[in-house]
Ligand binder design. Structure first.
Ligand code: MN
Length: 243
């Protein structure tokens, strides 16, 4: 009995090494799981479910095979793939979950999320996030021709890597108080998220809250999986296949 969590794969056609590691994980490991949770940034970029190409079909096929084999699969949007929508869900059998979701993980209520909502000191990003999560703005964007959306997406991708290089480390990480406030609001003592690419298990002992915050690793240099069972949770890595 194992539940797996992954995040921040940033899959793209330019990184076949990540894709290979992911596809191997899906066919050899995820099939043995009780459930798979993907906590955002599965894709480096997602500009709409109608952006169908060989690469996307390959990834969607892996999810479809998994859910059809009887392993339930859940997805929470990241800041790169927040436009994954109902068509993707229908094509893959993956269930889309709200940004902050509490699940019962072997008896422990556990809050799962991507993690970008915890980075409250990054005010520019939070302003941007509010805009791009506005349903009307999304509705408008998705009606632009695919080629326009592709070029907007490429531009945003290069802008974001430039600005992130000059942002302070503390701004890029979660705000400790935001973590505590959200855990209290959701009445949980365990939280699992990605986004910061700083895999770790943090023990929190503050304001009469004793809690655990587990951060998933990214998939830039290796695969990264959190495996949970009734005995506990373990952060693990997976080597990329030899190039
Ligand atoms: Mn992210």
């Amino acid at each position: 009995m194992t539940t797996c969590f992954i995040a921040d794969l940033h899959l793209s056609a330019d990184r076949p090494d990540i894709t290979d590691c992911f596809l191997r994980f899906m066919s050899e490991e995820a099939t043995q799981c009780e459930a798979l949770y993907v906590l955002g940034d599965l894709f480096e970029m997602w500009i709409g479910d109608d952006d169908d190409n060989t690469f996307h079909r390959q990834i969607k096929g892996a999810f479809k095979a998994l859910t059809e084999s009887g392993v339930p699969c859940y997805f929470i949007h990241g800041n790169r793939d927040f436009l994954i929508g109902s068509q993707f869900s229908r094509e893959t059998g993956v269930t889309l979950l709200p940004e902050h979701t509490v699940i019962d993980l072997y008896g422990t209520p556990t809050l799962i999320l991507h993690g970008d909502t915890l980075c409250t000191l990054d005010e520019n990003y939070q302003r941007y996030r509010k805009k791009v999560h506005n349903p009307f703005i999304q509705w408008l964007f998705l009606r632009l021709p695919l080629s326009w959306r592709q070029s907007i997406g490429r531009k945003m991708r290069s802008n974001s890597s430039q600005t992130n290089q000059i942002k302070a480390n503390s701004i890029m990480d979660v705000t400790p108080q935001a973590v505590i406030d959200l855990m209290k609001e959701k009445k949980v003592t365990r939280m699992i998220h990605g986004h910061t690419h700083r895999p770790a298990v943090h023990q929190i002992n503050k304001d009469d809250l004793q809690a655990t915050r587990t951060v998933l690793g990214d998939w830039y240099d290796q695969g990264s999986v959190l495996r949970c069972s009734p005995m506990g949770c373990q952060l693990e890595t997976r080597q990329f296949p030899d190039a």
